[in-house]
Design a protein around this ligand. Structure first.
Ligand SMILES: [Zn+2]
Length: 210
């Protein structure tokens, strides 16, 4: 997970490096604990170190989530996110790990109360909406899109963009008053008669890629 979040205006929040480092340290400390004799002093010391490392990871993650949700709720009149179906994604271990690490439910919980604080609207898009597979330029649904491909290339119109950004634009369009925050013309919103002037919009594509 290289990015924590991608917004429809092109802004990205990078994943916190300290977090990955701390995760590796946890794995090392875990091995260290398992090598120590049960009931020994050395084992207690190793467990204490491991607990500290776990706490540090939680703090780093918490800090990143709070910064992101505050930024979103404070600076946008509407925030559109997608409702991630975590259970269905557990089949894909890497994705499940990414979601677990990204703490999607905590992310949504914070957004909900912060949007209320700042008077912005939170829209949660249905989990069956194909945000990643839809071309944000022509509306074509690219069924063959692989989970691992980071770039979206539309087989219909040739539009190409970062996968997460394409999904973020689709979420913006799926919001209550769809606009394309990146300024690209969009045939779907135009044909739906819902073309609006560019207002600042944003969403997160969840930590799937988050
Ligand atoms: Zn297209």
């Amino acid at each position: 997970m290289k990015t924590l979040a991608t917004l429809s205006d092109g802004k990205t929040f990078p994943a916190v490096k300290a977090y990955r480092k701390a995760k590796r340290k946890i794995a090392r400390l875990q091995r260290s604990v398992s090598r120590k004799v049960k009931g020994s002093n050395n084992r207690s010391k190793a467990i204490l170190k491991l607990q500290k490392a776990h706490h540090r990871v939680a703090c780093i993650r918490n800090d990143a989530t709070h910064k992101l949700t505050t930024y979103l709720a404070k600076n946008h009149s509407e925030v559109v996110i997608e409702d991630l179906k975590v259970s269905g994604m557990m089949k894909n271990h890497r994705l499940a790990q990414a979601i677990a690490d990204g703490g999607f439910y905590e992310f949504r919980r914070q957004l909900l109360y912060k949007c209320q604080w700042y008077g912005s609207k939170l829209t949660v898009v249905d989990r069956f909406f194909p945000s990643s597979k839809t071309c944000s330029h022509c509306g074509h649904i690219h069924k063959g899109l692989k989970l691992r491909s980071r770039t979206f290339v539309c087989p219909n119109c040739g539009f190409s963009s970062d996968r997460d950004w394409n999904a973020a634009i689709n979420l913006a369009l799926a919001g209550s008053s769809p606009v394309s925050a990146c300024g690209a013309s969009n045939q779907r919103s135009a044909s739906a008669g819902r073309r609006r002037r560019n207002r600042k919009r944003t969403h997160d594509v969840g930590h799937v890629q988050q």
